[in-house]
Design a protein around this ligand. Structure first.
Ligand code: AP5
Ligand code: ZN
Length: 214
């Protein structure tokens, strides 16, 4: 199974990708997670990406496309993958088309997470993430059993710095200007799958499973 998850910040791409990748035994490729890991380790890539991420801007296309190309060539992607948060611009989508052709890979679906702004703003304000294992929680909809502590590994939960309201608004603006045009880029394809992502998580997972089966 080879899928793209497309949708605004806070739509639930990372949350549902964790479930779906486990269910099908496929790789979860989150460009945001790879970038945050590089920022934390202060790699050359991380130092380059940091200033864009802090303000909610997109990291330059060439940097991202190289990063994804390297990742897609890794062994664990052979069984399948979910691209979560990539492509994010028409330039990235065109580069991905070329890359997939070069690697003889055919996509099975482009899942579009359809969700209104007010829902994503509320979700992002309540998001908490485990420092140790990356599990995603929400103080409103998916709280941990014990406040501030990961149910899975006991790790400490933190709030992403780009989930601050002013940065969230900028991320939404950037999404509308640069990423939303990908809906019309992919919509004509019979692999485009629109999912109502404003439902609760289990209903969204169910909708994705049903959509990819067809
Ligand atoms: P990235 O990490 O990709 O952030 P994003 O796309 O803004 O997406 P999010 O991680 O915010 O949201 P999500 O849809 O995964 O939601 P989640 O599942 O966590 O990118 C960060 C930055 O990196 C970018 O701003 C950019 O600078 C850079 N970057 C990354 N990729 C790039 C690229 N390709 N090109 C250039 N730059 C790039 O859910 C959100 C919350 O809601 C959680 O609390 C969760 O528990 C809750 N939730 C989820 N689903 C539900 C539900 N159904 N009901 C109720 N609550 C729910
Ligand atoms: Zn954890």
């Amino acid at each position: 199974m080879k899928l793209i998850f497309l949708g605004p910040p806070g739509a639930g791409k990372g949350t549902q990708a964790a479930v779906i990748s486990k269910k099908y035994g496929i790789a979860h490729i989150s460009t945001g997670d790879i970038l945050r890991d590089n920022v934390a380790r202060e790699t050359e890539l991380g130092l380059k990406a940091k200033k864009y991420m802090e303000s909610g801007q997109l990291v330059p296309d060439d940097v991202i496309v190289d990063m994804v190309e390297r990742r897609l060539k890794e062994e664990d992607c052979r069984a399948g993958f979910i691209l979560d948060g990539f492509p994010r611009t028409v330039v990235q989508a065109e580069a991905l088309d070329k890359l997939l052709e070069k690697l003889h890979i055919t996509l099975d679906g482009i899942v579009y997470f359809d969700v209104p702004d007010d829902v994503v703003i509320k979700r992002l304000s309540g998001r908490r993430i485990c420092k140790s294992c990356g599990a995603i929680y929400n103080i409103h909809s998916q709280p941990p059993k014990k406040e501030g502590v990961c149910d899975l590994c006991g790790g400490e939960l933190y709030q992403r710095s780009d989930d601050e309201e002013s940065v969230v608004r900028n991320r939404l603006k950037v999404y509308k200007e640069q990423t939303a045009p990908l809906i019309s880029y992919y919509e004509k394809s019979d692999k485009f799958l629109r999912v109502d992502a404003s439902q609760d998580s289990s209903a969204v997972v169910q909708a994705i499973v049903e959509a990819v089966k067809k």
